[in-house]
Design a protein around this ligand. Structure first.
Ligand SMILES: NC(=O)c1ccc[n+]([C@@H]2O[C@H](COP(=O)([O-])OP(=O)(O)OC[C@H]3O[C@@H](n4cnc5c(N)ncnc54)[C@H](OP(=O)(O)O)[C@@H]3O)[C@@H](O)[C@H]2O)c1
Length: 324
């Protein structure tokens, strides 16, 4: 597995990250079953065997159960904590928290960030996070509060590095003005079916853009500022490989992925991941599978260097129409 050093840190990380969102299985109050623990351990061990040393969490995943389930790995492999990179996120709150009628919302207040990290560390059974991300931009953010929370968490040794998720370039630039620690990561959705980040640059200045242009230059901004981009949902949430696919455009995209898989002699999942890896920004795919076999299938992407032509074929198939 290829490793990269994250800029402005001492972190040596695998290009592929295991996304742990579904490891806790259910998003309700149901307790964690032995099968769920067994499966999670198997998935994590397989990822480690494949050379993955980077694990992505969030406090909300399976309502905290994904972090809790993950902590069972410490009993399985002694001395593992200092060999892996643990990242988690906070800033999203569920409806009815703290009281009935409270809406689902974002919360970057000092109190919420610091309290969330306590919960994350408790569930993961660790003393520190390598990276904390703020999950989704909070329109009511007071950057001084974020700065205070980050300063305290950093000084207490509870969080080593900080990043953001789903943030635009101006949002990052604004927060950076207040935050003492470097912003090292921005986690954004990217796959052949959700290529808006790439579209931004390609459809710019078109008279009739096929897709809305939103935040021009997010990739370039991150590259200029040495902010590593992580792509969430790089497998497009399995949408292309659903049984009974009826949408004609999706069927074409699926067939292009399958043809590429045959050409490069790897799995179809590996092609989806290789498409992200081929981008020169050294984007890190966060794979969200709950199956050990699929972890292995994704990691075959390490063997693939897509040609320029094949990368474009997949991009065009995913966007569903020819380029301008
Ligand atoms: N920052 C954010 O806002 C954000 C949002 C969402 C997710 N994330 C992170 O990104 C990670 C990945 O996201 P994700 O899980 O939504 O998307 P993903 O990695 O694109 O897709 C994973 C899902 O697709 C299914 N899948 C993949 N290939 C398949 C195939 N060939 N056939 C059938 N099903 C297939 C998987 O099922 P199996 O389990 O059966 O393999 C799993 O349910 C998460 O774990 C999380 O860490 C971050």
């Amino acid at each position: 597995m290829e490793k990269i050093k994250i800029s402005k840190t001492d972190l040596e990380v695998s290009r592929i990250i295991l996304g742990c969102m579904q490891l806790g299985k259910t998003w309700n109050a149901e307790p964690i079953s032995d099968d769920t623990i067994k499966n999670a351990i198997n998935v994590i061990k397989t990822a480690l065997d494949e050379g993955i040393n980077f694990f992505d969490h969030a406090d909300i995943y399976a309502r905290g159960k994904s972090e809790e389930v993950f902590s069972h790995i410490w009993k399985e492999i002694s001395g593992l904590r200092n060999k892996i990179i643990l990242q988690s996120k906070c800033g999203i709150r569920f409806p009815n928290d703290p009281e009935d009628g409270s809406p689902g919302r974002y919360d970057f207040s000092y109190e919420h960030i610091t309290k969330s990290v306590e919960g994350i560390l408790r569930r993961l059974k660790t003393d520190f996070l390598d990276i904390l991300l703020l999950h989704r931009p909070d329109p009511l953010v007071e950057p001084e509060e974020v700065a205070k929370a980050f300063d305290e968490l950093h000084a207490a040794g509870k969080v080593r590095y900080f990043g953001l998720s789903n943030h635009t370039a101006p949002q990052i630039e604004y927060l950076k003005k207040f935050i003492a620690q470097p912003i090292i990561v921005n986690q954004l959705e990217l796959s052949i079916l959700h290529s808006d980040l790439i579209e931004e640059g390609v459809t710019f200045n078109q008279k009739h853009p096929s897709r809305g242009i939103r935040n021009i230059g997010t990739i370039e901004y991150c590259r200029l500022n040495d902010i590593t981009i992580q792509s969430w949902a790089p497998l497009a949430k399995g949408k292309l490989f659903a049984e009974n696919l009826t949408d004609e455009k999706l069927k074409i995209a699926r067939d292009v992925v399958i043809a590429s898989a045959e050409k490069y002699n790897v799995s179809k999942e590996a092609i989806m991941i290789a498409w992200v890896l081929r981008h020169p920004a050294k984007i890190q795919p966060v794979i969200g599978t709950t199956k050990a076999e699929r972890v292995k299938a994704c990691c075959q992407a390490n063997k693939v260097q897509l040609s320029r032509e094949d990368w474009y074929k997949l991009y065009i198939a995913g966007r569903g129409e020819a380029l301008p």
